[in-house]
Design a binder for this molecule. Sequence first.
Ligand code: NAD
Length: 451
Amino acid sequence: MVTKPPLLALSLPDFTSFLRSRGIFTFHAVYKADARKFATSHNVLDPILEYFRDEGIDFDSHEGIFGQIGPRSGVLQGAFIHRTCRGAGAGGVRNWSYKTVEDWFRDGLRLSRGMTHKNALAGIWWGGGKGLLARNTGIGLRQGNKLDGRKMVFEEYGSFMTALRGCYVTAEDVGTTDQDMAAIFSKTRFTTCIPHEFGGSGNPSGPTARGVLRGLEAALSYIGKSLEGATIAVQGVGHVGTKLVDLLLNKEVSHVIASDIDTSRINLASKKLKKWADSGRLELKTISSQEDTILYEDVDAVAPCAVGGILNPQTIPKIKAKIICGAANNQLHDLMSDDKLLAERGIIYVPDFLVNRMGIVNCADEAVGYIDDDPNIEMHLGDSWDNSIYNLTKSILEESAKRNRTPQELSVELAERRSWEKNPIWGHRGIKIIDSLIQSREWKRKTMNEL
Ligand code: NAD
């Protein structure tokens, strides 16, 4: 039994006050895997990191964690870098409210490892990383905040990226927009998903929805069905969910039920999807709480496109659909056991990181120059490449049945294997950047002067 350090229970505003009271505004923790030890900028971080290491759920030899309290905004900002053998740790920056210090670290650790798997499975020469902005700290970034304040936070995050010298490359994620990426881009080159007017790829949700559609097609075809005539429930009508609903209805599915907890999102979706609502083939529902879900609808497939952790011992027994396949990251609450619970119930779970790769694929290509109808993007969505979403999903489902292993286990195994392959040009450069960073006078000054 690992004892939880009391700091983990602090709320994030209290944590930032605690750090400030110690004169800590920038911090890091770098893991030395051989010695199983952390090199941290401040001793107070050691018990936190050691707890996650010993607990062993979300920590997986992450190469480095970097954080700062925004110099002007006071917003807690982080960059979690999991593994950089294939290239820079890459993944979006999430703008979210976290209850406790534990939630913040856990989300960063889990999501960055997920990005390693997603990028490796997609065959991209990028490692795994994730950014976090705690929007319940400092001036915050909740809706309605003044635009100037918002821009300032993302500019700060851009300068933070520059200070990391490329071991992490950021992108858009939940709670951010391409305009936020433009603000980051004004301070750094280590970002993607920047708006088209700056030569970037913009919001990645369209390609992500197309990828999820291909995953759904593969899973339905695996059980001898097709999208035509199928019934699908979509959880969340945000950026991806709304586009997915539209694509599904264009593909002649017979009926879609979609939900959101946010009435404004439902209103927006009903405007965008009016023709489908009018046709009677789309039902949009506002739900009142996280517990009241549409996961239990009697449909062929459920596509979670909202938040993670929704597949757990409480929800799984009530699911009626044969297939779960959606965009939301980390749908399984417990990565080690919830996939097995689903398999025991005969539910095909298509791992999120297998089908929601298109956002990051878009970003990876943007980093080397953005072109319309990019064949390097289209090959992920087609049928001719054996690593396309459709083909890989089908082959993993077939192997899963043959070997009596869950699709999650097989996908993680394949992703892990690929994630250790070294970048053919740069080798394991990310870890060298991290090492040089913490040795550098600039970074030492950033952390030391504050002690
Ligand atoms: P978004 O914030 O635009 O949309 C998410 C929607 O889910 C919001 O409208 C929110 O109100 C709603 N929601 C939250 N809890 C809900 C619940 N219990 N039931 C119903 N609705 C609920 O985010 P997005 O960009 O559409 O992404 C959706 C998911 O897909 C996220 O988990 C994200 O990490 C993942 N993802 C997105 C992309 C991308 O390209 N945008 C790429 C990969 C993965």
